[in-house]
Design a protein around this ligand. Structure first.
Ligand code: AMP
Ligand code: MG
Length: 964
């Protein structure tokens, strides 16, 4: 069809619309100006019966094209290409702006726009600022836009595309045609540089870009061979333009002419910022991909951009990471409105609340384990007896008493017994290596340890006084059953739980009574009495989920159903009494697969990412009506945020909202709030915050920092190291970590701790530990080691690790490397670490010759198109130099030869010959025909010209082949 089409619509005798559409291949923005100029000249002349006043063009587009081919070759081309290759070397493939929806696997073009106006005064000040730096307004605005992109994405290396008219020779000024080119302008931004410094960089990049603007962008893509993805455009995904509004009205004699504005709803890029300079103001249009962004997100972006510009002109020497984006309104919302969680509670210690409950419901069942049942009154009395016994040993407030016992009713007696002396408990797990247990006792300066005869041997040499609950039973029974009189303040410690430490040693998180009281009070409001009537307690007391499982029900008359682990649930004698299940998602994922589950109302998950699939499985396979996603680190007393999972949602559960008396801030590296929708570090404030890490003032000071957003004196913030953001409605989304802390089956692990222990092994020079995921999405640890001499065996390494680390921190696989892969700046490149043998298979990049006739025929076509001598059936089309144009060509040839139409995207999805053969064979009825065609193709390819001619003549005569 014609690349130019025109229609004149007559609306009335004196009212017409001229619709004109041109393919971009024959025109560009500049061409339109030429076109209207000429249209005017011709119309006016013909209107007066004059001949065309236009002069013949000196050159036609074809002349230009010819000239360009000649000129842009050899040295000129090399020189320009070298510039761009240098300029774009190792540029990031994708600028990941925080989107509202996950990027579709195939890029879409559904678009939306948002317009705004930059006022004259601002424009004038920007112009003046540019002038100081000899920069154009384009450069000034581009530098600001890049700052915005950097602040949104956190990515310092930013490539933005911009069109250039590319008409720098007077002969072509009057030609209509596609001259336009696109420049990919890359800047590496630095957190500490000022806007002014950035502007200088941007200016340089623009100027040198303009001097090398002749290489067509398509040619560049062909040369650079960026890793191709269907999900985004290559090299850049964000576009920026500044135009000057075309001057005035078009004049056609006797007519009033004005443009009809067409609203375009296609998005060519993820995001484009189009700025048009009017008389004094600038009109801005943000065009966005509506499958990535919501309109409201772009509305905010427009506001942030204007705010940023104001902040730039106010202080161009401010560093780019400090310039303001947020207005007061949004700041207030982020900091205060969405953290409006204050609620009254009694800051009473949990043992006091329990004792009061024991008075109200003395005969109610408090704890059960199998046949072992204890009532509130009995539990209270036995705990009192233990407390009196311990008090006699000098245990009191701010003391730390360790507890290492089997899971039993005694264990709960032990916890309350310790608390009732005013001391805090330190839970230990008997399965931990002795070295670790001894380290913890020494680190916490523990004087007394509650244990049992069977386990006492472990601690014989620890220098700690042991109280064996079983052998001391008779003596305990002689103690008073009355509540001991101790004064405990809500700021005294309640417990201390050890968690993995990145520098090689676990660290103790010290939690005060008031924090537990706040948690319990919140929980009793969110969960009904019925829900708390039977709480399954299956978490080890070494993890803080157990605090919720034990103390929430026991402070409100509920029952604790103890179990060794979650998967015992179907077999528990008291399973039908369980109303609420509290655990980590990976354990829940196992439970939902089990048969014979009892009925329960409520599921509370915490500690790891809660997937959409798991939410569906829970609703489908269990009787749960209310399912919660809770989020929170041990440093903030079990839970910090909560969301009730929506049964009908097709999205993964969010982490919701801060719980009562807690606040969540999403902050950047300078500890300042990031805009709504933008990722930052999750920082928590409120009554749940730990006192700190015991005896670790350095780490405490680093992680618990002053809270600048609170009016309260001494208020603190805990920096979780988690990444998250506020969604537009204020809900919180969790999005990973900033460091190398991981969760494997619910266990919090600092990879650095495992690395530190491994590197203590003799002869190990270098080590890195990572988490991998297998097909079943199970996570496992892999250790990579570089050894000085003969590498140790996995058995030796495992034995070494087992001496100091708990089982969940022992890697599943060990890989010996000659050296660790490193990024250009010397960091270990975790993504390039190979998969361990036997656990996972990595496709090998070796040549695999064609195995079937069809593969062989395809290989012939591929090597022809790619101009590569030998193509293996597993070779990747794009790695061999293929790009989208060659792809179209390839598919066209395949269609011609085999009469099979493969969609373009198939090549992106299956970029190998074997993949292509698989696709061609998808339709079984065609197999035989394809086979025959391949045979024929191969035969033809092997023939000399004369043989070919006679064969073709013969075939044609026989009518067995159509030849195009
Ligand atoms: P822990 O101290 O063992 O409770 O571990 C706290 C860490 O677990 C957090 O900092 C998060 O990284 C992760 N985490 C806790 N809850 C969630 C959740 N609901 N979703 C995703 N990650 C979570
Ligand atoms: Mg937690």
């Amino acid at each position: 069809a014609s690349p130019i089409r025109a229609r004149l619509l007559r609306l009335a005798d004196d009212d017409h619309v001229l619709l004109l559409s041109m393919h971009h291949i024959v025109s560009d923005g500049w061409s339109m100006r030429v076109f209207f100029h000429e249209l005017g000249a011709l119309y006016n002349a013909f209107h007066e019966d004059r001949p065309s006043p236009l002069r013949e063009l000196q050159v036609q587009y074809a002349d230009y094209a010819h000239w360009q081919r000649e000129w842009l070759s050899g040295e000129v081309l090399d020189q320009q290409l070298t510039y761009w290759k240098d300029q774009l070397a190792a540029a990031p493939a994708l600028l990941e702006l925080p989107a509202d929806r996950p990027r579709p696997a195939v890029q879409t073009d559904r678009g939306g726009i948002r317009t705004f106006t930059l006022p004259a005064e601002l424009v004038e000040r920007l112009t003046e600022l540019g002038r100081q730096e000899k920069a154009t307004l384009f450069m000034t605005l581009l530098a600001a836009f890049k700052t915005l992109l950097y602040r949104y994405s956190g990515q310092p290396d930013i490539v933005v595309g911009t069109p250039v008219a590319n008409r720098n020779r007077s002969e072509v000024e009057g030609v209509i045609g596609f001259f336009l080119n696109t420049l990919a302008l890359r800047t590496r931004l630095q957190r500490d540089e000022s806007y002014r410094e950035l502007l200088r960089d941007v200016r340089e990049v623009c100027l040198s870009g303009y001097t090398h603007q002749d290489v067509p962008f398509e040619k560049l893509v062909e040369e650079l061979k960026p890793a191709r993805s269907l999900s985004h455009s290559p090299i850049f995904q964000v576009n920026f333009q500044l135009h000057y509004a075309s001057a005035g009205k078009k004049s056609l004699a006797g007519l009033t002419v004005e443009p009809v504005h067409l609203r375009s709803d296609t998005a060519k890029f993820d995001l484009s910022l189009l700025l048009v300079q009017l008389q004094e103001e600038i009109r801005g249009t943000l065009c966005y991909n509506a499958d990535l962004f919501d309109a409201a997100t772009i509305d905010r972006m427009a506001v942030h951009f204007q705010r940023l510009l104001e902040s730039i002109v106010a202080n161009p020497d401010e560093c780019i990471s400090q310039l303001l984006l947020l207005g007061e309104r949004e700041t207030a919302q982020l900091l205060h409105e969405w953290n409006d969680t204050a609620a009254e509670y009694q800051a009473q210690c949990m043992y006091e609340q329990f004792a009061e409950q024991a008075k109200r419901t003395p005969d109610a069942v408090a704890v059960v384990l199998g046949d072992d049942v204890v009532s509130y009154a009995e539990l209270n009395e036995r705990a009192n007896q233990l407390a009196h016994y311990l008090r006699a040993k000098g245990v009191g407030p701010e003391g730390l008493v360790a507890i290492c016992v089997d899971r039993s009713v005694e264990m709960v007696v032990g916890l309350f017994g310790i608390l009732k002396t005013g001391a805090a408990f330190v839970p230990l797990d008997a399965s931990y290596p002795r070295e670790r247990l001894h380290y913890m006792l020494a680190d916490a300066h523990v004087k007394v340890l509650l244990t049992e005869e069977r386990l006492a041997g472990e601690f014989a040499e620890s220098g700690v006084e042991l109280v064996c609950l079983d052998t001391a039973a008779a003596e305990l029974a002689r103690q008073s059953v009355t509540d001991p009189l101790v004064h405990v303040a809500d700021a005294n410690l309640a417990y201390m739980i050890y968690t993995s430490g990145s520098t090689g040693r676990p660290k103790g998180v010290a939690i005060q009574h008031r924090s537990v009281a706040a948690l319990c009070s919140w929980a009793r409001e969110v969960f009904s009495k019925d829900e708390l009537a039977g709480v399954l307690a299956s978490t080890s007391i070494c993890f803080d989920l157990s605090i919720f499982e034990l103390f929430v029900p026991l402070t409100c008359g509920g029952k604790v159903v103890l179990a060794e682990n979650l998967l015992q649930l179907p077999d528990l004698p008291r399973r039908s009494e369980v109303t609420l299940v509290n655990t980590v998602p990976s354990a829940m994922a196992e439970l939902v697969r089990m048969k014979g589950l009892p009925e329960f109302e409520t599921v509370v998950l915490c500690g790891e990412v809660f997937s959409h699939k798991l939410a569906c499985d829970i609703f489908e396979h269990t009787t749960a009506k209310r399912v919660f996603n809770l989020y929170g680190p041990s440093e903030d007393t079990v839970y910090s945020t909560v969301s009730l999972v929506d049964r009908d949602s097709d999205q993964p559960p969010t982490i919701g909202w801060p719980i009562h008396n807690s606040a969540v801030y999403i902050l950047d590296e300078q500890q300042r709030p990031v805009p709504t929708g933008v990722y930052g570090e999750i920082c928590i404030a409120g009554d749940g915050l730990a006192r700190g890490y015991l005896n670790r003032p350095d780490v405490t000071a680093e992680k618990f920092v002053p809270n600048a957003f609170s009016q309260k004196a001494g208020a603190r913030l805990y920096r979780t190291g988690d990444v998250g953001r506020r969604l537009a409605n204020g809900e919180l989304e969790f999005a990973g970590r900033t460091d190398h802390q991981v969760k494997v089956r619910g266990y919090r692990i600092e990879l650095g701790e495992i690395e530190a222990v491994l590197s203590r092994y003799q002869g190990i020079n270098d080590v890195v530990v990572t988490v991998r995921e297998d097909q079943q999405l199970d996570k496992y640890l892999v250790a990579y080691i570089v050894s000085a001499g003969k590498p140790p065996s996995s058995t030796e390494l495992r034995a070494h690790l087992k001496a100091s680390l708990p089982h969940h921190m022992i890697p599943s696989a060990f890989v010996v490397l000659n050296e660790l892969p490193r990024t250009p700046n010397g960091k270990v490149d975790r993504r390039s670490l190979p998969a361990p043998d036997g656990v996972e298979q990595k496709p090998e990049a070796v040549y695999v010759s064609p195995r079937t006739i069809v593969e062989e025929a395809l290989a012939g076509i591929w090597s022809n198109i790619l101009r590569v001598e030998r193509v293996g059936v597993a070779d990747n089309f794009f790695e061999l130099g293929g790009h989208s144009i060659l792809a179209i060509r390839l598919l066209a040839q395949i269609e011609e030869a085999f009469q099979i139409k493969l969609p373009l995207r198939s090549l992106f999805e299956e970029p190998t010959i074997e993949g292509m053969e698989r696709l061609m064979h998808a339709d079984v009825s065609q197999r035989e025909r394809i086979q025959q065609t391949a045979e024929l193709l191969l035969k033809l390819a092997s023939m000399s010209d004369s043989e070919l001619e006679s064969t073709l003549t013969e075939k044609l005569a026989a009518g067995t082949m159509a030849v195009s």
